[in-house]
Design a binder for this molecule. Structure first.
Ligand code: SF4
Ligand code: SF4
Length: 161
């Protein structure tokens, strides 16, 4: 194969530079006119889809302190303390350490009273990691109520659209 002359090589390099710039600009141009996929969070909030696995919703009045959720948790991040077990159990602590929780949802399935669910809230912004460990029993003392009147704990749970 004949060797390229320096002049042809020079213009070949220039052409390659122009061509790759044009290809890049074509991609930019295409997206310039389409609707952005990014949101200006926190002013704009994303729509949370069904089945989202966010911060738990925990119905403290229905919990019987059976520990099944804690046993199922693969990272051991649920701590339960109670006086007694079963229907008359008095929960003193139901704490989930969200520094470790991986939102797998494995704690939900074994619950015999269906009192723990994956919620739709995702905002765990805290200044200190200790504050990401949440004791739902403590929170229940704030007296939040679900629409059905049960004591249900949720944190900044977004309204379903
Ligand atoms: S979602 Fe998974 S990691 Fe988090 S508490 Fe439940 S079982 Fe544990
Ligand atoms: S499995 Fe359900 S009832 Fe048992 S301790 Fe966990 S949340 Fe409470």
């Amino acid at each position: 194969m004949a060797e390229l002359t320096p002049v042809r090589e020079y213009f070949g390099t220039v052409w390659n530079a122009v061509k790759t710039t044009l290809v890049g600009m074509a991609v930019t141009g295409r997206y310039l006119l389409s609707k952005p996929v990014t949101l200006q969070y926190p002013d704009e909030k994303p729509e949370i889809p069904d089945g989202y696995r966010g911060i738990h919703v925990y119905e403290v009045d229905r919990c019987i302190a059976c520990d099944q959720c804690a046993i199922a948790c693969p990272v051991d991040c649920i701590t339960i303390e109670s006086i007694g077990k079963g229907k008359n159990a008095i929960l003193t602590r139901y704490e989930i350490d969200y520094n470790r929780c991986m939102f797998c949802g494995l704690c939900i399935e074994p619950c015999p009273t269906d009192c723990i669910h994956m919620g739709r809230s995702y905002d765990l912004t805290r200044f200190r990691s200790e504050d990401c460990s949440i004791d739902f029993v403590e929170l229940s003392k704030t007296g939040q109520q679900s629409p059905t009147g049960e004591r249900v704990i949720w944190l900044n749970e977004p309204t379903k659209k």
